[in-house]
Design a protein around this ligand. Structure first.
Ligand code: 13P
Length: 285
């Protein structure tokens, strides 16, 4: 199946009250793992790349790698740029085959965030690419952006509505107390705020900082109206630990294909757990 429009995928998730996993890939193996997990569970999935991964491969190679794997998949897969801050990179992704991009201008004053986001929406529209915007501040580390958990700023429903109306975004990342990376202190989530934003706005809502949230919390976020759930750090952790475990227990083997196969198996199993938890199982066609 060719890559699909992220907007329609997330609209369906919002209407039918389930949530789609958006998984940060780092290479070809992680792309394969996301598609394999989605196929096993007959679920739609979003493959997303950080700007760091994008710089490592370049936009054309990422698009090509994802197309090679997704075009043979039986389930809908979309390609998304996570936390785009560089307008040139955003523009290149929009023109080169990404299905959606996130413009993260949330560190700017509100009016400037609106202006920059609107600018990206205008360009994206011409290519039928959808756009995620962010208001409030999600704590943690994503590429070079470092925000302490204390400095995170919660989104209000009124701001969310204004932002949606003024920018024309397709989906919204709202700050509700989640953080990127491993939680340094217990997260102080405001799930009621997510519910209120969901009621006040019409666009699908995105939860960042998926790693480290327990199952009950994830289910509550989906019930409150999350339609896209981002997971990155957990993917890197499972990938590295699985390779390390295999190498430690096969010190004399020197078979890189077996190391990678062991890592992929663990990744697929972890990604399937997220898909099931998010309610995406069976929603693939
Ligand atoms: P984690 O690294 O906490 O899983 O967050 C992922 C994320 O929100 C990417 O934007």
């Amino acid at each position: 199946m060719p890559l699909v429009n992220t907007r329609s995928m997330l609209r369906q998730a919002r209407d039918q009250r389930f949530c789609i996993g958006a998984f940060n890939i780092v290479d070809f193996l992680t792309i394969e793992a996301v598609v394999e997990a989605a196929e096993h569970r007959n679920a739609p999935a979003i493959i997303q790349t950080s700007s760091g991964t994008l710089k490592r491969f370049g936009v054309p190679k990422i698009v090509e790698m994802v197309r090679i794997v997704a075009e043979n998949s039986k389930v809908p897969i979309a390609l998304h740029l996570d936390h785009g801050t560089d307008l040139n990179i955003l523009s290149e992704a929009i023109r080169s085959g990404f299905n959606s991009v996130m413009i993260d201008a949330s560190s700017n004053p509100f009016e400037e965030n609106i202006r920059l986001t609107r600018q990206v929406v205008e360009e994206a529209k011409q290519y039928d690419v959808s756009v995620e915007g962010e208001i409030g501040i999600v704590a943690g580390v994503e590429d070079e952006i470092v925000i302490s958990q204390n400095a995170a700023i919660y989104t209000t429903p009124e701001e969310a509505l204004l932002f949606e109306e003024k920018t024309g975004i397709d989906f919204l990342a709202a700050a509700i107390g989640t953080a990127h990376g491993f939680y340094k202190v217990e997260p102080r989530l405001n799930i009621q705020t997510l519910r209120d934003i969901h009621q006040k706005t019409t666009c699908p809502l995105v939860v960042h900082g998926g790693t480290g949230l327990d199952d009950e919390t994830v289910k509550s976020l989906v019930e409150a109206g999350a339609s896209k759930f981002n997971v990155s750090t957990r993917i890197k952790q499972v990938y590295i630990d699985a390779m390390n475990d295999y190498i430690q227990s096969h010190r004399q083997e020197y078979n890189i294909l077996k190391v990678l196969a062991a890592a992929k198996k663990e990744l697929v199993s972890m990604l399937e757990e997220y898909i099931v938890l998010l309610g995406g199982e069976g929603q693939g066609c």
